[in-house]
Design a protein around this ligand. Structure first.
Ligand SMILES: C[S@@+](CC[C@H](N)C(=O)[O-])C[C@H]1O[C@@H](n2cnc3c(N)ncnc32)[C@H](O)[C@@H]1O
Length: 308
């Protein structure tokens, strides 16, 4: 083991402790993600030293996927299908993480242009570097911005997407309004998002404490039925909300357990039985994390006749 590796290994517990303190002392979403670093698994940040590492930051769709990268691509594809992304579209991606899905959508869906906004400066910096490295700077423009105060013109996008980020928006309904405003008439909103399952009741004091530590405003604690109602109230039509939780939580739970046992991102191969999928196994771990234990694909259209 080299000297650098020894120091890095010795320093890891201290870094993890520092991350934990940052988590529980703040509710600032940018600080939350900066503490997480380059990995979706807490404590596995490599400080961007591994240039081959995929930088997805979502739970993935584990229907046929066996690795984390496959699961994240499958989820991004599912959202693109739900959004009906087509060549020529001008797209707004809100909460783009490290930009993995934008590079993927430009390459696979041939959309004309993606504008991304993100509240975490580190994500904007690293994602912009990755886009430039791929030679896609003319097709993807990423910048700092807030989902609830989008500094872009009315009716300027065909599609607005948010891949596993809207649960953070403060409040999510403020984003619904902004998405409606920046969509062209006939445009479509598509989201992959967390919510509590129907029948969860209001967030408890404990839920609220955990949600704050995860930078999730407790006003966003409402189920899929209320989610759909809120979109309709903001003017959207053809609102559809589908739960895909059985294809999300069991796979992510197994993946995280394999990583914590020391498997690398690519070597953590997830095999699930039909029973585990049907029973949504592993979701109980997530129940302790603020009970955002449903996972939704949401679509809604801005009416074609809408004046604004
Ligand atoms: C779970 S990550 C998902 C990242 C990416 N979509 C992916 O799937 O890999 C959530 C992202 O939302 C961003 N975000 C959170 N709150 C935001 C806000 N109010 N406005 C814009 N971006 C926000 C975070 O900085 C982070 O990049």
């Amino acid at each position: 083991m080299s000297f650098i590796e020894s120091v890095t290994r010795l320093g890891k517990p201290f870094k993890t402790l520092y991350q934990l303190v940052v988590f529980y002392r703040q509710k600032d979403v940018a600080k939350f993600y900066e503490a997480y670093g380059d990995d979706v698994v807490f404590g596995e940040d490599q400080g961007f030293t591994n240039t081959d590492k995929a930088l997805w930051l979502n739970f993935g769709h584990w229907g046929t996927a066996r690795t984390y990268k496959e699961a994240c691509v499958a989820l991004a594809d599912m959202l693109a299908d739900a959004a009906r992304l087509e060549p020529g579209h001008e797209v707004l991606d809100v909460g783009f993480g490290y930009g993995e899905q934008d590079i993927h959508w430009v390459k696979t869906r041939e959309v004309k242009h993606i504008t991304g906004i993100n509240i975490t400066p580190l994500h904007v910096k690293i994602a912009s570097e990755r886009v430039a490295h791929c030679g896609l700077g003319d097709r993807i423009s990423l910048g700092l911005g807030s989902a609830t105060n989008i500094e872009l013109a009315d009716a300027s996008f065909d599609r607005v997407l948010a891949l596993e980020s809207a649960f953070h928006f403060d409040p999510r309904e403020g984003f619904f309004e902004e998405a409606f405003r920046v969509l062209r008439p006939g445009g479509r909103l598509a989201l992959a998002d967390f919510a509590p399952v129907p029948g969860s009741g209001p967030a408890s004091a404990f839920d609220k404490t955990v949600l704050r530590a995860l930078a999730i405003p407790d006003v966003n604690f409402y189920d899929r039925d209320e989610y759909a109602d809120k979109l309709r109230q903001k003017g959207f039509e053809n609102v559809e909300v589908e739960s895909i939780r059985n294809y999300v939580f069991p796979g992510m739970d197994r993946y995280m357990k394999l990583r914590r046992k020391g498997r690398s991102m690519d070597d953590a191969v997830v095999e699930l039985s039909k029973e585990e999928i049907d029973n949504c196994s592993g979701v109980e771990d997530w129940d302790r994390f603020g009970r955002m234990n449903d996972y939704l694909i949401v679509t809604a259209d801005k009416p074609a006749t809408s004046g604004s």
